[in-house]
Design a protein around this ligand. Structure first.
Ligand code: NI
Length: 172
């Protein structure tokens, strides 16, 4: 089922999500819904708080032939980091904004898969960036937290105008 993606400045996006104790059918349904929602929205990652669910659950699929494909990660955490990379990131919850972010180039992550098995994964470049971005969501952090107040205010005004315009143009 496709879920609605909430957007900044919804305060749910700034909350710290809770870890799960078990991976049961309700979590598997959540993961499946999140993957579907991510693909429809054309994103490479999605975190549960983006659909208003405060649990430490993410999905990531950066595509590519050699990549791992769709990753469903419960309670993801970064075990180690190496190197640095700058990446211009966007976010489905912060539409029409791109922010240059400094990330670790390589990470080793630990998580539970959809069967509750403990997994470890080495990731670099885009995959590493995507996992770091999604884990930030679980900690209530957004890319817009890394821009200055002037650019943030400008963004909010622009979004408000766009939303008003969208409302006016709905004629049924
Ligand atoms: Ni995001």
């Amino acid at each position: 089922m496709i879920r609605k993606i909430i957007t900044y400045p919804n305060p749910l996006l700034n909350s710290v999500s809770k870890p799960l104790e078990t991976v049961d059918d309700s979590v598997r349904t959540l993961l499946a819904d999140m993957a579907e929602t991510m693909y429809v929205a054309d994103g490479v990652g999605l975190a549960a708080p983006q659909i208003g669910v405060g649990l430490r659950v993410i999905v990531v699929d950066v595509g590519g032939e050699s990549g791992p494909g769709l990753l469903k990660m419960v309670n993801p955490e970064i075990l180690s980091r190496d190197g640095e990379i700058e990446w211009e990131e966007g976010c489905l919850s912060v539409p029409d904004l791109r922010v240059m972010m400094k990330r670790s180039k390589r990470i080793r992550a630990k998580y539970l898969d959809e069967n509750g098995a403990i997994k470890e994964l080495d990731a670099e470049d885009l995959l590493a960036v995507a996992i770091q971005h999604e884990i930030d969501h679980l900690d209530g952090k957004l890319i817009i937290d890394n821009v200055g107040r002037i650019r943030r205010d400008l963004y909010l005004r622009k979004r408000k105008r766009a939303e008003e315009h969208a409302r006016e143009s709905i004629v049924l």
